[in-house]
Design a protein around this ligand. Sequence first.
Ligand SMILES: NC(=O)C1=CN([C@@H]2O[C@H](COP(=O)(O)OP(=O)(O)OC[C@H]3O[C@@H](n4cnc5c(N)ncnc54)[C@H](OP(=O)(O)O)[C@@H]3O)[C@@H](O)[C@H]2O)C=CC1
Ligand SMILES: O=C(O)C1=N[C@H](C(=O)O)C[C@H](O)C1
Length: 257
Amino acid sequence: MTDEQEKTAAEPIRVGVLGARGRMGLEVCKAVDAATDMDLVAMVDQGDWLFNASDAGAEVVVDFTTPDVVMDNLHWCIDQGISAVVGTTGFTEQRLDRVRGWLERKPGVGVVIAPNFGIGAVLMMQFAARAARHFESVEIVEQHHPRKLDAPSGTATHTARLIAQARAEAGLGPVPDATKDEVAGARGADIDGVRVHAVRATGLVAHQEVLFGTVGETLTIRHDSYDRASFMPGVLLAVRAVRNRPGLTIGLDALLD
Ligand SMILES: NC(=O)C1=CN([C@@H]2O[C@H](COP(=O)(O)OP(=O)(O)OC[C@H]3O[C@@H](n4cnc5c(N)ncnc54)[C@H](OP(=O)(O)O)[C@@H]3O)[C@@H](O)[C@H]2O)C=CC1
Ligand SMILES: O=C(O)C1=N[C@H](C(=O)O)C[C@H](O)C1
């Protein structure tokens, strides 16, 4: 390690949080504040000036805002040369391509976008992708608190895409289903051929079941986040890693290996 690298390693990471007064933002501020290797230098919410983060010298920004503002936030971070850890949902392939385009012009900047920072949720998605080729049927049921703005969840969408990819690679055809949708939506949303059902109820935080079926047996893979603290080890892991990962990293999988 050079002297410069040693100095950098020893100095706390200066972190700014966007969406700091939201449900996740509050929890992230607490976790960053409690981490001895990080300094919480900026808390930015709607109506605040984004430059508060750069003026405070943020090296990493964590974004838990809303799908309609996250792209502008991310573009701004990359332009400023600030690496970003993003939990906000709403990332389509087109959006990810735009982020890649911005990053090409700022080769030193890292961005981690994860649909779910819960370690158990990451494993649930990996297990589901692994199981997918062995079952002809599959459906996803995600359950969340009723103040969630989007449906289906980013986690469910990502899981459906992983399953669809595994099924295609295994040469599986469409999921068998003779049912006629008498009422629109009764069979849930179709994401790449996988049915996804979204439940909203007071008392829930973030939960997902992936139900697989084949002749004579079913397999259910379930994950539950009962508290937003469950996302914090994943968020802190990404904050520690992101500056050493230039370009775009999607999901926590590569950081956990
Ligand atoms: N990847 C993961 O592991 C997880 C992802 N999420 C996702 O994170 C996102 C946030 O969730 P949650 O915390 O529950 O939502 P909240 O609505 O509680 O928080 C969002 C916050 O962002 C603020 N905000 C809105 N616009 C801006 C802006 N332009 N700049 C800065 N802040 C802004 C909001 O302010 P105001 O209220 O005034 O509008 C609010 O305080 C969602 O997309 C959710 O799906 C959630 C949990 C885990
Ligand atoms: O809004 C939430 O709460 C959550 N959002 C993410 C998603 O949409 O998948 C992650 C987790 O499910 C909690």
